[in-house]
Design a protein around this ligand. Structure first.
Ligand SMILES: [Zn+2]
Length: 352
């Protein structure tokens, strides 16, 4: 079964741009079956695992997809021009996050993954060519596939509409873990580890796990889950938490620190999460000495708001993550472990 790091690395290194999550879902389904859960796949690709226990039906939700770009067109020379998908959010004439430039990428082609790099014209020539004044903008980005014609690109199965995501291996950096898809594979690692430990525990709820598709495309998978006849009484989504402890932000702006423990998100731009459920999660943690960080996020949404719209009381638990929506999303293993412990405490104490 391996360590939490092994599980996280295996999950994080898989390609799963929104709408092409099959590889992630196959891995998750195998891990959940190995832990003894009953696993079913919904028509749109959501995965459900029934862990067990007796009581209200609680679902812990994480999303399988990661942020991505989409091929807009292919030049005669074989370069793939891009549009930004939700999550890489950017107007085409605005600068992208500079951290995404030059990264290795995976394009999900018709026949499977194709390696690429995210490129823009060289700085050596930029000074001699017309400039928008905004530096490199989204419309300047393209994928280099290492081939020389549109026909060669087509042969690889790459065409307008293909999504692409970062292809960067997850690794330890000092005491932290860096990778391309902590959003939301670290959540899937937490949920999977929770399921393993909960399978041998006495639970006060009937616990389910869900791995949703297309969260980054407007919570599509969770919306389908809420509209399905899956019978849930409570939902807790797991997702990345924003950090203030980096240069240029500050904890006054965002009072969350990496390594400071799970983040209980009271509200974001998509929802005011259920107060009673949220405080009950805090209480279950306090009973076991688990410190949580309180937060409110702007320009942020989660699967739990889709569950809330389906009339399911829903809360959001996050793990502190630096540099969200880049290829170097950074987490602290102790926060992930504490999230598992917090959720297990909630399932055992059943305070709501
Ligand atoms: Zn996310």
């Amino acid at each position: 079964m391996g360590t939490l790091f092994d599980l996280l690395k295996a999950l994080c290194d898989l390609p799963g741009p929104s709408g092409a999550e099959e590889r992630v879902q196959a891995f998750v389904a195998a891990a959940w079956r190995e832990a003894g859960h009953t696993v079913t796949e919904a028509p749109v690709g959501n995965l459900l695992g029934r862990v067990g226990g007796k009581g209200k039906r609680l679902v812990v939700v994480a999303h399988a997809d990661e942020i991505s770009v989409v091929v807009k067109s292919v030049t005669t020379d074989g370069h793939c021009l891009l549009m930004s998908a939700t999550g890489m959010s950017a107007a085409v004439n605005r600068p992208p996050n500079p951290m995404i430039l030059g990264q290795p990428m995976t394009v999900m082609g018709r026949h499977g993954p194709v390696p690429a790099v995210l490129a823009a014209r060289t700085g050596h020539l930029r000074s001699t060519l017309p400039d928008s004044g905004a530096g490199v903008v989204w419309n300047d980005l393209f994928l280099e596939l290492g081939v020389g014609s549109a026909a060669a690109v087509a042969e690889l199965g790459v065409h307008p509409g293909c999504p692409a995501c970062f292809d960067v291996a997850t690794r330890r950096l000092g005491g932290r873990i860096v990778g391309k898809a902590m959003d939301d594979r670290a959540a899937l690692a937490i949920a999977t580890e929770l399921g393993r430990r909960a399978a041998g525990a006495k639970l006060g709820y009937e616990l389910w796990l869900a791995s949703t598709v297309q969260e980054e495309n407007g919570l599509l998978g969770a919306t389908a889950l809420g509209a399905s006849d899956a019978p849930f009484d409570l939902a807790i989504a797991l997702d990345v938490g924003l950090c203030g402890d980096v240069p240029g932000v500050g904890v006054q702006e965002m009072p969350v620190r990496l390594g400071g423990g799970p983040v209980v998100v009271h509200r974001d731009s998509s929802a005011r999460y259920h107060r009673g459920l949220t405080y009950a999660i805090c209480a279950a943690g306090a009973k076991r000495g688990i410190t949580v960080q309180d937060a409110a996020f702007q320009a942020y949404g989660s699967d739990s708001s889709a569950m809330f719209k389906a009339d399911v009381p829903a809360a959001l638990v996050a793990y502190p993550t630096r540099y969200t929506h880049t290829a170097i999303e950074t987490v602290d293993e102790s926060d992930l472990e504490a999230c598992v412990a917090l959720l297990l405490a909630f399932c055992e104490e059943a305070p709501f």
